[in-house]
Ligand binder design. Structure first.
Ligand code: SF4
Ligand code: SF4
Length: 224
């Protein structure tokens, strides 16, 4: 697949919300249905009942085909996707969690499946005042910092550059003067480089303590 084709496909997937999705029935007939989807690159997710005909078909055969397109009066203007693919029913909780997170971000109406809704339910059904306010921190942080939640959970990124598990330190070669201060400061020997040459951080050794960053006078050490 060329980069241009991939860009086109990702653009179409981003521009639309629904797809027609065909599975193979046991009698050999194709079964096409319309479902909402969310995508992670070229992997698509959708939700349906585990006892639905679609799932029964998929468990028997992973072969599927799908189309993504917009309804247009003038068929000459139609752009869309038609794909042959294989699909599987997600079984691991970590996979379904990620799929739900992606779908909830795209379909706000899927709020009924979210932590936000669970918190609402706790507030409405708790029997004492303390219970009724227990979910408030979740609700208020979701209200004001939803993008932060989504960046951490869905994109595995920490926009503030604080969560060690989600960040990496690197040296900007444009800014590094090769002064060597960071190399001396790193007690984990994670930085290499000759004097007056661009230095490099070995991410396998780096403990993400941030000392080198605070020592570099040239702001060459960045967090991604
Ligand atoms: S302290 Fe900064 S400028 Fe000096 S070698 Fe390290 S990264 Fe480069
Ligand atoms: S963040 Fe800490 S461990 Fe990593 S390179 Fe810098 S000083 Fe070394």
């Amino acid at each position: 697949m060329t980069p241009a084709t991939k860009r086109f496909i990702l653009g179409q997937l981003k521009a639309h919300r629904n797809m027609s999705f065909a599975t193979v029935r046991s009698d050999g007939y194709p079964q096409a249905t319309t479902v909402g989807y969310a995508n992670d690159g070229l992997t698509l997710y959708f939700v349906c009942a585990r006892d639905s005909q679609k799932v029964r078909n998929l468990r028997r055969s992973p072969k599927v085909s799908l189309t993504v397109n917009k309804d247009l009066a003038n068929w000459r203007k139609i752009t869309g996707l038609s794909m042959g693919a294989t699909a599987k029913v997600l079984e691991r909780p970590s996979d379904t969690k990620r799929a739900f997170a992606l779908l909830s971000r795209k379909f706000k109406e899927m709020k009924t499946l979210s932590a936000e809704d669970l918190a609402d339910t706790v507030t409405q059904t708790a029997l004492c005042g303390l219970g009724k306010t227990a979910a408030n921190p979740v609700l208020s942080t979701l209200r004001y910092f939803r993008e932060e939640y989504e960046a951490h959970i869905i994109d595995n990124k920490c926009p503030a550059g604080v969560c060690k598990a989600l960040i990496e330190y690197y040296i900007d070669p444009e800014k590094c003067t090769g002064c060597g201060t960071c190399k001396q400061a790193c007690i984990h020997n994670a930085i290499t480089g000759e004097k007056k040459e661009v230095h490099v951080i070995n991410t396998d050794l780096c403990q993400k303590c941030g000392i080198c960053r605070s020592e570099c006078k040239f702001e060459a050490i960045q967090v991604s």
